[in-house]
Design a protein around this ligand. Sequence first.
Ligand SMILES: Cc1cc2nc3c(=O)[nH]c(=O)nc-3n(C[C@H](O)[C@H](O)[C@H](O)COP(=O)(O)OP(=O)(O)OC[C@H]3O[C@@H](n4cnc5c(N)ncnc54)[C@H](O)[C@@H]3O)c2cc1C
Ligand code: SF4
Length: 328
Amino acid sequence: MMRLPRFRYLAPASLPEAVKVLGDLGPEAMPLAGGTDLVPNMKRRQQTPANLVGLRGLAALRAVSGDAGRGLTLGAMTRLAEVERGPVAAGWPALARAAATVATPPIRNTATLGGNLCLDTRCSYYDQGEEWRRSIGYCMKREGETCWVAPGSDRCWAVSSSDTAPVLCALGAEVTLLSRGGERRIPVAELFADDGIRHLSRRPDELLTAVHLPPVEAGQRAAYVKLRRRGSFDFPVLGVAARVRLSAGGTVEAARIFLGAVGSRPQEARAAADFLVGRRLGDEEVIREAARLAAQVAKPMQNTDLTLGWRKGVAREYAARALRELVG
Ligand SMILES: Cc1cc2nc3c(=O)[nH]c(=O)nc-3n(C[C@H](O)[C@H](O)[C@H](O)COP(=O)(O)OP(=O)(O)OC[C@H]3O[C@@H](n4cnc5c(N)ncnc54)[C@H](O)[C@@H]3O)c2cc1C
Ligand code: SF4
């Protein structure tokens, strides 16, 4: 049985108290939401914060307000089981679907949206017990010096495996980050950095408090398709999120496409989205060319499930599948 390392558990009773604690302790503390990622990581000694700041008692982080017409604000502690249904399912079904593909029902009853966005990056050389990692001399992400995936590389290529992140990027959602110094609101796409170690632009003293979904526009359609080894539950080895706005005649007026699990952050397929604008999505030739362009941003490494060449090839098929879903 793997045991947790020693830590101090702090249970702030208010948001100001929570950000004060995070500000005082800096990198010595980590927020604990549902714990479905952080607790196993602590057991494997991948993350060993001396202090955990429990967010469970902060009712403000569970508030949900708005609707499809005005936009929706979801507190960071909204559980994925709630994201699957209710106002999200009614207005932003692609996000509800992404949430519904995370892990299993019991995990989604505990796991939160904020935790899903701040999920640690993953790699087959890193998601191992401490003894296994010690036997290879660890790696650059923690305690070692070498990246076993790309030994000549000076950066870590661990993968962003959040299912909701690519959809939120494609939808143009924003997050609020709160610290003692005040609030800042940034696009979800700017929360992520292309580095397996420093993969978030969030500072250690900042708490992610809310996720803001923009109002649903006339002609808006969005889709999320996920590739994983087991259909019942598994982390994605590829996720394709696409969002378009169609004119009354069916021409694409705006498009955004993001690929998840093929890089250290959700990868934007800008050339594919630009290609779609002004074209009719119902045309299979258009879909195939956009999918070809989208697949170009998929540069998977040998550090997740399934073989590298196959994963690269299948990106085009999954991009096409997502675009066909938009057609209906
Ligand atoms: C068996 C299994 C299968 C899984 N499958 C998937 C999957 O298919 N897809 C997927 O996306 N995930 C998967 N996960 C990972 C995890 O369950 C989810 O990503 C979940 O949403 C994490 O949320 P949490 O609330 O449990 O986060 P926690 O574990 O509490 O925290 C995760 C990280 O986010 C930080 N954090 C949490 N909340 C905040 C906040 N408000 N502000 C700042 N930082 C914060 C924590 O400090 C920590 O670094 C799986 C996990 C397991 C155990
Ligand atoms: S990509 Fe390299 S440095 Fe990063 S976790 Fe994997 S082996 Fe370690």
